[in-house]
Design a protein. Sequence first.
Length: 131
Amino acid sequence: MRWLVPALIVVPALEIGVFIWAGGWIGPWWVVALIILTGIIGIAFARQQGIKVWKRAMESMSRHQAPGNEIIDGICILIGAIFLFTPGFITDVVGFLLVLPWTRGSFKVIVLNWLTYYMAKNRGKIIYRKW
């Protein structure tokens, strides 16, 4: 969590810089249109991918198998949808990378390693603390 506060400062600053650069290059109204368009397309695609993963998880459970891979996919899609909902070009690129099935694989490895690390650290338990 030490990275959260710097990320909340650095990412918006980078996004503002990209907005200014893109606004000078293609015009401010095109920047606004692109932000809205990428948000709408991204959320629609995230919804479609989420439904697809949900159906795969239900099929796994109907075969009495744990939907482990589908859960990791769902986490990636959820995080990607949050990034896509956030206005900005950098966050949209990260969001699309998390939502698209052929680019999601590398992120799945990162999420799985993160979960494995915290499971080992807490002896098989993930502890949720309400602040």
